[in-house]
Design a protein around this ligand. Structure first.
Ligand SMILES: Nc1ncnc2c1ncn2[C@@H]1O[C@H](COP(=O)(O)OP(=O)(O)OP(=O)(O)O)[C@@H](O)[C@H]1O
Length: 489
């Protein structure tokens, strides 16, 4: 659809676009990104014929851009420039109707039935129908942006060129505009080329993107090929981290603010509270957490952890909602709390605080063996109702862990838990083999992310060894307490 070959040019000043080459396929959503002054708008001006080329060529469709008659080019390309102050006034629907100009035959020709149908369709798509009779000058920046997009779509172009289309739009309208564009790309084979400042939005919507710096191409490819830490850091000259969107395979970039002061806050046993029906750990600062909790599982930053005792017979269809209400009732904020449940009597919990050789960590285990399971046995799953977890392990660490260390800490804790069950000869009653855990065990690792750094937490490291030994001892102690209580019943 568009082929730029060694495009060179610019203003009669020091800045120039230097031999930029790329292609955009029909129906593709192509993003152009780069720091301020990198030449994105200048390149767009060349692609739309506003600035002449000093070298190279631009092919649109089958022929070079300068071979098009202006009206023919307007049926091929529509442009949505950056929003400027309006010096004229039109009604919204008149403004959109201007988009039909390339299809009008003679001077002063009237709009046809088809024109009106298209104008209405694009006003519905861009959600501006409700204010179609208003004056464009009375609209907010975001509303005006949608009117200009409707006008561009009314042009029924094969290629739509946009310069920062989400400027002035709130979150909901950014999504709505980009969803609309994406739908037009897929359903109408519209080719879209857009300049973006927001790397994350571009990563979510573009099929491919081009990164520019100093008038040159610094990378072209699928979003996951060009949006990575080192590349973005080098181009924008700022410190960033890369993460993935929680539900899309799109890389997302987060800024790393400079820390002017870093308080090395430590958590201690004072944060722990053991009540009859729940154990809580409340940290003075949010901790980076990885868990399989009932609420707020996965990675996140949380300051409160609650392990609630429930009866073995506990059965609730919406147990997440029920636990959320319970946590709120106890005066904790469910948004900042990881919640777990256990059928273990909380007096049987066992904990230890390890503070030696540069390590500082807290381990607490609630372990009962009521529904012990050998995960390797062929036992059949008996019903959909699962009895609430019995072995819950919390590791709370004063220190800075990498993501590898978080995962390794969970592995190490699990290995230690299994060893405790093996040594204690805990059996899966259905298979009569040694159990590896219970039916709904949970683990949580939470770290202050201040102070000492721990790149790894496997069995080859001091941290891993401390986790292994601590989890083993706490699990054995908790099982023993439970057994003793059962015997004295
Ligand atoms: N009309 C002009 N005459 C002379 N120089 C210009 C003109 N317009 C832009 N420039 C210069 O060209 C360079 C590239 O500008 P351009 O607007 O293309 O960058 P950009 O990547 O779009 O930046 P931004 O992200 O800030 O919009 C800048 O150094 C700018 O000062």
């Amino acid at each position: 659809m568009l082929k730029a070959n060694h495009v060179t040019g610019g203003y009669n000043s020091s800045f120039s676009i230097k031999g930029v080459s790329f292609t955009v396929e029909t129906g593709e959503f192509f993003g152009i990104l780069g720091p301020n002054g990198s030449g994105k708008s200048t390149l767009l001006k060349m692609l739309t014929g506003i600035l002449p080329l000093q070298g190279g060529s631009i092919i649109i469709g089958e022929k070079p851009i300068h071979h098009y008659h202006p009206k023919e080019l307007a049926r091929m390309i529509a442009v949505l420039p950056q929003l400027n102050r309006l010096s004229f006034d039109y009604q919204v629907k008149e403004m959109v109707a201007l988009g039909r100009y390339p299809y009008q035959k003679g001077f002063l020709s009237l709009l046809t039935k088809k024109d009106y149908e298209i104008i209405e369709k694009v006003m519905i798509e861009t959600n501006i129908l409700s204010f179609q009779d208003k004056s464009v000058q009375t609209l907010s920046g975001g509303e005006q942006q949608r009117v200009f997009l409707a006008q561009a779509l009314a042009q029924q172009p094969r290629l739509l060129i946009l310069d920062e289309p989400t400027n002035h739009l709130d979150l909901a309208f950014q999504k709505q505009l980009l969803d609309t564009l994406k739908r037009w790309a897929i359903e109408e084979d519209l080719t879209i080329l857009s300049v973006f400042h927001d790397v994350n939005l571009a990563s979510l919507y573009c099929d491919r993107m081009m990164l520019m710096k100093d008038g040159q191409v610094e990378g072209i490819g699928k979003t996951e090929e060009v949006v990575y830490e080192k590349k973005i850091q080098a181009i924008y000259e700022t410190e960033v981290d890369k993460q993935f969107h929680p539900t899309q395979p799109s890389p997302q970039i987060v800024l790393k603010p400079s820390k002017l002061t870093e308080k090395s806050t430590k958590v201690s046993l004072e944060c722990l509270s053991v009540q009859k029906d729940f154990i809580s750990f409340h940290s003075p600062i949010p901790l980076k957490t990885l868990s399989s909790g009932v609420i707020n599982a996965g990675f996140g930053w949380y300051s409160t952890f609650v392990n609630r005792h429930v009866e073995k017979s506990y059965n609730c269809d919406d147990f997440q909602e029920e636990l959320t209400s319970y946590i709120a009732e106890k005066g904790f904020n469910p948004e900042t709390t990881v919640g777990m449940m256990t059928a273990v009597i909380l007096n049987d919990a066992s904990w230890t605080f390890i503070e030696k050789d540069g390590l500082s960590l807290f381990i607490i285990v609630t372990a009962g063996t009521g529904n012990a399971v050998d995960v390797t046995s062929d036992r059949k799953l008996t019903s959909n109702h699962v009895t609430m977890g019995t072995i819950n392990i919390w590791l709370i660490i004063n220190g800075r862990l990498t993501d590898e260390a978080f995962v390794q800490a969970i592995m190490t804790a699990t290995e230690a838990k299994v060893k405790a069950l093996v040594d204690h000869n805990i059996k899966d009653e259905l298979s009569n083999t040694i159990a590896t855990g219970t039916s709904t065990d949970s683990t949580l690792v939470a770290c202050t992310q201040t102070g000492s750094s721990f790149p790894f937490a496997g069995s080859a490291t001091a941290l891993g060894k401390a986790i292994g030994k601590g989890v083993y001892e706490c699990t054995v102690n908790s099982i023993k307490k439970s057994e003793k209580r059962m015997k004295t019943k």
